[in-house]
Write a protein that binds this ligand. Sequence first.
Ligand code: FES
Ligand code: FE2
Length: 394
Amino acid sequence: MPVTIDLHQLRTRALRTLLGHLDASTTDLWPEIGGSAAPDFSDAVRAELERDRVFGSVPVIVAHSSEVAERNDFVTVELPRNKVILVRQRDGGVKALINSCRHRGAELVTEESGKCRLFSCPYHRWSYDPSGALRTVTLDDTFGAFDRTRYGLVEIPVEERHGFIWAIDDPHRSIDVAAWLGPEMDAILASYALGDLVSIDPHTYRRPTNWKVMQDGFLDNYHVKYAHPNTAGRMLHTNAVALEDFGRSFWFLTARKTLDEYIGHDVDWDTAMESHTIESCYLGPNTMLLKHATHFELLTFRPVGADPAQSIMQMRILAPSVSSSGLEPKHWRRRWEKNWGLLIAILHDEDFPILDGLQRAMNNLDAGSMLLGRNEIASHLFRRLVNDLISSPR
Ligand code: FES
Ligand SMILES: [Fe+2]
């Protein structure tokens, strides 16, 4: 049953809480201090559980719909259990096909993206159509007879919802994104109309860092002015979060410093507030969606296989297309290039070195126990979800 969520009410409540926090130098709090253990980020058994019970069991975003807009458009995506080809179908749907030839297992598609009517294997030239059906067996007189319908490419379940393509990295699951998101987050995403936007120049990074360290880094409002004193720290408040917990997902509001002029005033949400705040959605288990005044950013994190010290981070900017922006194409391009440049500078120069060093330090055998503060509420909720998933086989 569709739930209507009063976003105006949600935002007004969070805005008032946030202004109170800024006034009193506080933030939303978790009930108690927590611990943190190095093996959670370095242990191979734990990493295998996460690969299977997190990524092999629940839906994650693998692309924005605009990245495979037209029939036969494809992108390749490296998931923890399988590398897949996402391909737009004749009927307008999308399939996620495991990128392994059913003859002897060669990697079928080596490009990151493209448009293709037939996927042709480089080894012995078997070919598959975009639905994954096996079309050609070369020299089949000598190969021998077999039932070709049983040797199409294997699919993992996908669903398109809220402008994104979601997948579960296990062919034996069935997918229901709305049920996974829950009614509140499903309604919030619906209100954002993300399907009307386009994904501009998505960036993929391989990192020598556990995926949870990466995810934590982007849930963390505590580090802003310390790790980014001359960049983000100049514009954004540190350690001030108003959060709404929906169970497997949560939503929170953080402040730009320009919000200060409203401290002490009894305000309702209005569109002016969009330029003074950032709305963040944590879409469990591995995604952040940030709403800025003019665009959204989507950050996804996932392990490389079951390697505890390797991850893939994908970053997307979602914004109105050239035609709906009303901008000249060259101005549109320049605007988003500039935006990307700023983002990348902060990541490369400031976040990545710290997070990579954290991962290296997890190998110190006698470093002592660690803590997670009450103010680090988003990271507590993230741990709650991942721990729930790995402790309960679904
Ligand atoms: S491995 Fe693909 S055709 Fe032989
Ligand atoms: Fe950061």
